[in-house]
Design a protein around this ligand. Sequence first.
Ligand code: NAD
Ligand code: MG
Length: 350
Amino acid sequence: MTKTLSFDSSNVSVYFNSLEKVSDTVRWNQYSKILAVTHPVLLDLYNIKDTFNKKNIDVVTLPEGERTKSLPSFVDLSRVFFEKSLDRGSHVIVIGGGVLGDLCGFLCSVYMRGISFSLVPTTLLSMVDSSIGGKNGIDLDFGKNLLGSFYHPKNIIIDLNFLKSLPQREIASGMSEVIKYAILEGSSILEEIKKEKPDIGRLVELSIDIKSRYVKEDEKETTGTRALLNLGHTLGHAIEARTAFSRFTHGEAVAIGSCFAAFFSYNLGYASIEFYKEVKSLFEKYNLPTLYPGDIDIESIRQYILKDKKNISSKLRFVLPKGFSDVFIFQTDFEIVKDCLVKWIEYEKN
Ligand code: NAD
Ligand code: MG
């Protein structure tokens, strides 16, 4: 199955099939030169060399981990592009999760002022979230995602086989963003998530539809619609940063953040307590954390919350759900957030 996502700046073809099958159908010969980039672990697990070498496509690898989304790797990979003689008519195929997609997408957006690329997301998070929407970037020592661009891939190849080797914790982390979409949307995705055995392929498809719809409405994040995708992320990011990005996966932090958003909304009189409990149970179903980590002093997250990218002239902007498929942006300040965090911790103690 193939789908076209039409954004203002470009069209993106999304293929739902095995990488092997799709790579037999894409017209790779339209490019002057193609380079595939992946991680060593994926190379070994999935015969990636065979798939591409028979099409005369070179494969290079980069180490796994967030540290690869850095300026040194950006420079190293630029050198590889140069040594492999990539030119403006060339193409890069990225086989990996959000780390590799963000790094390579960013480099492709500026290498020789822009060369085309395709994404083959291999984590659930990258299938449902990071490969959609054209955001790329790298981290600097003093902040995450500080350099980046908006630049869409030409193709996205969704091959669910990759999920077979993905550790359970990474699957749960991706599910957290899927649950976030279910809170934003309600309807079919919420029903699918609640099933005893949800169909992961259907969840991926529905997630791609939802994310691309939000992106289409606000491609460069100027009107605020795209910011709604940040549900659970204000507190989530703060907890991730406060724990040096090593204790929680992104999805785990978003799960905590989303539960807090639902409680905050209840506390302000917008949502019911039943809604809060239902949100919490969705994350619990996937073994995601749903409580504020007791050992993190609330005051110590202040600086991270205040740095949230959504803030406008020192006012915090929290995405709050009134119920399923009913979210809005609530302007507030840290004292109010802190007061509600204390109440939330108290409530959960009883
Ligand atoms: P990741 O790319 O680091 O992958 C997670 C781990 O799983 C890595 O160790 C990786 O080597 C391994 N892995 C990947 N595929 C595998 C497979 N099929 N089997 C076994 N192991 C596999 O992490 P991620 O969660 O995919 O992405 C996180 C990154 O995405 C962050 O840097 C985040 O900032 C970024 N992100 C970007 C966007 C965006 O819109 N651009 C959105 C969300 C997140
Ligand atoms: Mg996220």
